[in-house]
Write a protein that binds this ligand. Structure first.
Ligand code: IMP
Length: 428
């Protein structure tokens, strides 16, 4: 068996963490390749709830190595806090966490820059981000002049001097644009970050070289996507996306491993749709049923606590995502949440101006005008969270899952009926 990727096919929060945790035993290394502390994975393991953000889910299993790849943006205080919380829960990262020396670093001014757009008086400019400085850090990465990588922190003299110039620029910009802005003290920021760098030093390495070595020694790699493919900067519902390639398209760039190493491409979907933050959502249920799904599915953001917008499954958007992410098999999560709903709808196409639309439109105004074309499937009244075998699921539940697989052109291999590891059904 070779390597695998687990990627969300919707707007994030597809419960990928559970799938990664479930599969971990069969892999030697879990790799994060994009995003940062905007991600939130909740994993329930033997009754204990672990919240993971930057650290790969594999950390919960002793003996599994975890890689934070070059495509991730790292906010050192967030990472250190997460490691300390994990340690307090008995999870020790020593010797098995590897952080890329090429990953970019989130600095305090990135958080201030994000406030600039997200709190601007013109709400049309709001993306509804997680406010973790993700977008501004990636912007500096691509802009090059102000980007700071982990490796830079180990050259204190050069770093202090460069940061002084960057902070001077940012202070001038921010004081012109942000009311009540107190300028950053470049010296203090430099010393703070040099301190973080010392604490993180044992973990920092060339993770691309490390991964190639591990792979050539026969170690099996599991690539863990954060957010979902519809939030991908290139392939998602731009501009209401995150700033990285959160589909499987980001794996090679964000880890330094060519994707020919991967032979199992798992796409994870919820049995319905959710999204946090702004942006189009053709199948949104802004009504009592949407409320019900939110309540039963506990659909509140792991990172920000915001209520998630809920709606029917959108096969048009997910087909696009499954294609981009190369999904060869699917995991359908949270099927238990839609038990007890009389009739279930799935958008199989859109309609715009009397015309059928089969592909996700690129332009926002076009997508906003799309009305879903639904197929209605019968629901099932009984709860299914106690069911463990495919053949014991009610007929309509199996039909619903199979319908999703047909719509997406890939077989469903895993069905999840609750947060616990045991609440998982393997589809024969
Ligand atoms: P950012 O990644 O903080 O810049 O936020 C951009 C968009 O992605 C916003 O709509 C966020 O709500 C969304 N987003 C970012 N991370 C996650 C996640 O892990 N789950 C779901 N949505 C996310």
């Amino acid at each position: 068996m070779g390597s695998t990727c687990v990627v969300g096919l919707q707007w994030g929060d597809e419960a990928k963490g559970k799938i990664v945790d479930l599969l971990c035993d069969r892999y030697d290394v879990v790799v994060r390749y994009q995003g940062g502390a905007n991600a939130g994975h909740t994993v329930v393991h033997e009754g204990v709830t672990y919240k993971l953000s930057l650290v790969p889910t594999g950390i919960l299993r002793p003996g599994i190595a975890c890689v934070i790849g070059n495509g991730v943006v790292i906010h050192p205080p967030a990472l250190l806090k997460e490691l300390a919380t994990l340690q307090a829960q008995g999870v020790v990262a020593n010797d098995r966490l590897f952080i890329s020396d090429r990953a970019h670093v989130i600095l305090p001014y990135h958080l201030a820059e994000e406030r600039l757009t997200e709190e601007s008086s013109d709400s049309a400019d709001h993306i509804g981000t997680t406010r973790r400085g993700i977008g501004p850090c990636y912007r500096d990465k691509v802009g090059r002049v102000h980007g700071v990588r982990v490796a830079d922190l180990y050259h204190p003299a050069v770093f202090r001097e460069r940061l002084a110039r960057i902070v001077d620029y940012k202070n001038r910009l921010l004081s012109a644009m942000l009311p009540n802005f107190s300028p950053f003290d470049a010296g203090a920021v430099a010393e703070e970050y040099l301190q973080y760098a010392e604490t993180l030093r044992p973990f920092v390495t060339d993770t691309s070289a490390w991964l190639h070595r591990a792979h050539s020694e026969g170690r099996r790699l599991l690539f863990e996507g954060a957010q979902g493919s519809l939030l991908d900067i290139d392939h998602g519902s731009y501009p209401y996306v995150t700033s990285s390639n959160s589909s499987a398209a980001g794996i090679a760039a964000g880890s330094g491993m060519p994707t020919r190493a991967i032979d199992r491409w798992i796409g994870v979907v919820k049995a319905y749709t959710t999204r946090v933050g702004g942006g189009p959502f053709p199948t949104e249920l802004d009504n009592e049923l949407g409320e019900r799904i939110r309540r039963v599915g506990r659909e509140y953001g792991t990172v920000t606590g915001r209520p998630r917008r809920c709606g029917w499954f959108d096969a048009v958007a997910v087909r696009h995502a499954a294609r981009v992410s190369g999904s060869t098999e699917l995991a359908v999560m949270l099927l238990d949440v839609i038990a007890g709903i009389d009739e279930l709808k799935v958008a199989v196409a859109y309609e715009r101006g009397g015309r059928r639309v089969d592909e996700l439109p690129a332009a926002l105004p076009d997508l906003e005008q799309c009305q879903p074309v639904y197929e209605t499937l019968p629901g099932w009244p009984e709860p299914i969270d106690g069911i463990r075998r495919w053949e014991d699921l009610p007929g309509p539940a199996r039909d619903y899952v199979e319908f999703l697989g047909k719509q997406l052109g890939a077989p469903v291999r895993i069905v999840s009926v609750g947060p616990d590891r045991s609440q998982t059904i393997l589809v024969p």
